[in-house]
Ligand binder design. Structure first.
Ligand SMILES: O=P(O)(O)OC[C@H]1O[C@H](O)[C@H](O)[C@@H](O)[C@@H]1O
Length: 427
């Protein structure tokens, strides 16, 4: 992963090179803290050891013997987005669907769309208790029974040591993959959680983990020596100066889901104690024709992260005799995308709007391994600099308890707040 922070300097928010030089001492301290956490495999920090600790063998073993047309991953948040990011970015020989919502109309349409007798189900929940995931799984299970498919023959469970899912896997003797200790969901893409889908999809897991390992090797006690820390420190420094939004704009359709994965990573990890940075999802070049107006001319309270592969396959634009379009003929869609990327970057900079360029060599397993690991390390560094508890999500838990209380799943004070809702209806 290559990070260019030049356009983050001397813009409207006033971040100067000297500020980053001054911040670098704190980056060194934070790096030491992160390395200590990794050495002790502390909760959260253990995720940054996955390139070494993740063993693809049990994942391959769980996937062997299946040759499905469809893979239905049932999970939510960190138990779906990592896998979805990998299979979207790297392509799949299997039709991958992600049941990560409980919209009944949508769930029903997916179930109607796949051949359940040619489907593998991977039900993923670290806690084994998430209501959306377990409910969806019960629905899928019943649909399989109705279709005369033995779901126990086609289900692989990925979960923690205990919980409802673990109990079900034991009861029905289902193949089960362990979610590694100390790895929160949003940091688990490079573990059993993300890699079962990737394996079935045909992704080269060794190359993916090698890419992550290469990025891990670049972590160092200075932001000027580590692309991941350059990104984490710069986004933190800009947030301190008022960049409350971070618009992540990949220039590759295959990385659109990456922006969604990034949004959970950034929001749940850093949105604490009144601080954080709101992740916005954009796509280049498409959103140049929608959101870019705001990013260039709206409030000076954001940064734009432009992400792209340095190389990719290309498609020629045919010659044309249409006057005014001749400049396009003989060029290629790749050249056009590249020009759009650089033009957007320049247009933001010319308006004083901070932006950061993140590049990978190609959207391949190695490059995506680098990118995901790099962003996780950047996030952990930002969390250290901001002094927040990066690996918890108490605000999310609050809502989960309220919903559970409403559904009669126990007594939760949080559910009382629902009846206290203020109303001012206009009909
Ligand atoms: O894997 P699970 O335990 O089912 O959790 C799935 C998701 O649910 C929660 O609401 C958390 O906020 C997420 O961080 C987590 O990834």
């Amino acid at each position: 992963m290559n990070v260019d922070i030049g356009n983050a300097l001397d813009g409207d928010l006033g971040l100067a090179r000297e500020d980053l030089d001054a911040l670098d001492d704190r980056v060194a301290d934070a790096h030491e803290r992160i390395e200590r956490g990794r050495a002790d495999a502390e909760h959260g920090y253990a995720a940054l050891n996955l390139p070494d600790t993740c063993d693809p063998a049990p994942i391959r073993e769980a996937a062997a013997g299946f040759d499905p047309d469809h893979l239905l991953t049932v999970g939510i948040g960190g138990s779906a987005l990592g896998a979805a990011t990998l299979t979207d970015a790297l392509g799949s020989r299997v039709d991958c669907r992600y049941l990560d919502n409980v919209d009944p109309v949508w769930v029903e349409s997916i179930l109607a769309d796949v051949d359940l007798s040619a489907t593998v189900v991977n039900v993923v929940s670290r806690s084994g208790t998430t209501a959306e995931t377990l409910s969806n799984f019960l629905v899928v299970r019943e649909a399989m029974e109705r279709a005369g498919v033995d779901w126990t023959e086609r289900t692989v469970v990925t979960t923690g040591e205990s919980g409802n899912l673990r109990a079900m896997a034991d009861q029905h003797d289902l193949p089960a993959l362990d979610v590694p200790d100390g790895v929160p969901g949003r940091f688990s893409a490079l573990s059993t959680v993300g890699l079962f889908a990737a394996e079935l999809a045909g992704v080269d897991l060794d190359a993916l983990l090698a890419g992550a390992a290469a990025e891990a090797d670049r972590l160092a006690g200075s932001l000027f020596e580590s692309p991941a820390y350059a990104y984490g420190a710069t986004t933190y420094a800009l947030a301190e100066r008022g960049a409350v939004t971070n618009a992540v704009m990949p220039y590759a359709e295959s990385l659109e889901r990456f922006a969604e994965w990034f949004a959970q990573l950034w929001a749940e990890s850093l949105g604490k104690d009144g601080g954080g940075q709101t992740p916005a999802r954009a796509l280049g070049a498409t959103d140049q024709h929608s959101q870019l107006q705001l990013y260039r001319a709206g409030p000076a309270d954001k940064l734009v992260t432009l992400v792209r592969p340095r190389e990719s396959d290309d498609l020629a634009i045919p010659e044309t005799d249409l006057e005014g379009l001749s400049y396009l003929g003989g060029s290629s869609l790749g050249e056009l995308l590249d020009a759009e990327f650089r033009a957007t970057e320049a247009s933001l900079a010319a308006a004083g709007r901070e932006n950061v360029r993140v590049e990978l060599d190609r959207v391949d397993a190695h490059g995506v391994g680098e990118l995901l690991y790099g962003m996780e390390a950047a996030c952990v560094l930002y969390g250290e600099l901001a002094g927040v508890s990066t690996f918890t999500q108490p605000a999310v838990e609050w809502g989960k308890k309220a919903a559970r209380g409403l559904l009669g799943g126990g007594e939760f004070a949080e559910a009382d707040a629902v009846s206290e809702k203020r109303r001012l209806e206009v009909e």
